[in-house]
Ligand binder design. Structure first.
Ligand code: ADP
Ligand code: MG
Length: 244
């Protein structure tokens, strides 16, 4: 079997006296889609942010793309280049066109030529259904379109792993489906994905595995259909009853 893309072992994270991750163990295999569900405040975002060291773990070890990123000497920027992250807030540069948003990091970080960067950007805008909006400014787009641009921007860096933190939570309900559709296509194309989501139908249908977190711990993990359709732990059952 190929080496896991992410291996998290014994991860703890505290903010001051408050321990928000209390011993997390999780592996994500190449091509796998793992969805993380759980109540607000359970530590889902913190876990995702620890994976590419946007938060510094208090204890434990994380291996990302074959590199131990919790090693204090690691060149984290180099590893991060290969990891795409999409947040609830799209964080596009508002005074730059859609195309510029998708080429800037390619040019500065990957040192691609303008031509090469634009080719990759347009191919990925095509993939998210927005090639015809390349010259638009973000404010001219709907929230769903802006989020699809954010996904195209991340994909333009040729990531080996995509992290999604509630990418549809800030969207009007009628715009959610298009973004989930893009994510589904990405999953079908074999992308390795770690997705925090409240969309239970998406988690069930697109996720290979689902992780249920509560109070900083993984309460239950297993095949998506099993965890959502037939949860074994009372806390998972209670959560699903509330959200489904
Ligand atoms: P979730 O994404 O599951 O809603 P979070 O990971 O955002 O949960 O937060 C888990 C807990 O950690 C919450 O109680 C939150 O208030 C706390 N927390 C998150 N980030 C910080 C921070 N930078 N400083 C202090 N507390 C934080
Ligand atoms: Mg969160």
């Amino acid at each position: 079997m190929s080496r896991p893309v992410v291996t998290i072992s014994g991860l703890h994270k505290s903010f001051g006296p408050r321990e928000v991750l209390r011993g997390i163990d999780l592996e994500v295999a190449a091509g796998e889609v793992v969805c993380i569900i759980g109540p607000s405040g359970s530590g889902k975002s913190t876990l995702l942010r620890c994976v590419n060291l946007l938060e510094q773990p208090t204890a434990g070890r994380i291996d990302l793309l074959g590199v131990e990123v919790t090693d204090p000497d690691v060149d984290i920027d180099r590893v991060r280049t290969h990891v795409g992250m999409v947040f609830q807030q799209f964080n596009l540069f508002s005074h730059r066109s859609v195309l510029d948003n998708c080429t800037m990091a390619q040019r500065t970080v990957l040192r691609r030529s303008r031509e090469e960067a634009e080719r990759a950007a347009l191919a990925n805008l095509e993939r998210v259904g927005l090639a015809d909006r390349a010259q638009a400014m973000p404010a001219q787009l709907s929230g769903g379109q802006q989020q699809r641009v954010a996904i195209a921007r991340a994909l333009s860096m040729d990531p080996q792993l995509m992290l999604f933190d509630e990418p549809t939570s800030a969207l009007d309900p009628e715009l959610v489906g298009d973004v989930l559709g893009v994510m589904r296509d990405l999953a079908d194309a074999g992308m390795t994905m770690l997705v925090v989501t409240h969309e239970m139908a998406f988690a069930r249908e697109v996720g290979d595995r689902v992780v249920f977190m509560d109070e900083g711990q993984i309460v239950e993990v297993g095949p998506a259909g099993r965890v959502i359709g037939d949860p074994q732990e009372p806390r998972t059952r209670e959560f699903l009853q509330r959200v489904l």
